[in-house]
Write a protein that binds this ligand. Structure first.
Ligand SMILES: [Zn+2]
Length: 240
């Protein structure tokens, strides 16, 4: 069995609020020098997410950022996120934005990279609390996947999901705690500022509308989740 180094972390980065919050958390707990990130280009509607992922990695000064090409998901293409269909629709009881197998495929590739980088901890910003309803974000899927990957690689890799039971408001509150270099200014909202400026959640890829919670159309399901979370976070004292 290959003993992977638990002090080294690889974070799956989409460029959205959740994964960037996880990246900040990893930098805060393990240090940026022990933190790596991996992003995937699988034909998302908007390149802006990947640009955000790279920018956040750069700002946080992590040890390495990997952008992997994954065109197979685009070829399979069974999702409104990839085809341009209506994102507010539902299909087979799931949101139209569901990309079948996405997290399973991404995490399997990330695990292979973690093996190479000797990272014993693989972080995924999935959540089953305030989430879109994707079954591959649920805790039991992740647990089974972790077991399968460890069996297949003879490793002791841990898939860590810091946001699994957190609401969006709690995720905002997590970001609020961060004053990482170069964020160690007096303003306590620094982590929140990074989330606002350098993450992207909107399914429509809108970067022209700046809301108090960041950029986005304010109408698609992803924007609505983010907006609601921010409103709840603010109502509880937020940036006070
Ligand atoms: Zn939107």
């Amino acid at each position: 069995m290959k003993q992977l180094d638990r002090t080294r972390t690889l974070v799956c980065l989409s460029g959205g609020q959740d994964s960037v919050t996880c990246l900040m958390e990893a930098c805060l707990t393990g240090g940026a020098a022990q933190t790596y990130a991996v992003a995937f280009n699988y034909g998302q509607r908007h390149a802006v997410e990947l640009a955000c992922a790279q920018k956040a990695a750069e700002i946080l000064g992590i040890a390495g950022y990997y952008a992997l090409e994954l065109p197979a998901l685009q070829q399979i293409g069974d999702s409104a996120l990839l085809t341009g269909a209506d994102l507010n629709e539902r299909k087979d009881g799931l949101p139209a934005s569901f990309v079948p197998g996405r997290n399973i495929i991404l995490l399997a590739q990330a695990a292979a990279l973690a093996y190479k980088l000797n990272c014993g901890s693989l972080v995924a910003g999935v959540s089953e609390t305030d989430y879109s309803g994707y079954p591959d974000c649920r805790e039991y899927t992740i647990k089974f996947l972790e077991a399968a990957l460890n069996a297949g690689m003879e490793t002791d890799l841990q898939i860590v999901t810091p946001l699994m039971h957190k609401t969006k408001a709690e995720t905002w509150a997590m970001a609020y705690r961060y004053r990482l270099p170069p964020f160690d200014r007096a303003e306590r909202q620094y982590g929140v500022e990074l989330i606002r400026e350098h993450t992207h959640t909107c399914y429509r890829g809108d970067r022209t509308l700046r809301q108090d919670w960041g950029y986005g159309c304010g109408q698609c399901p992803a924007c609505l989740l983010r907006q609601r979370g921010y409103a709840e976070f603010s109502a509880r004292g937020g940036l006070q």
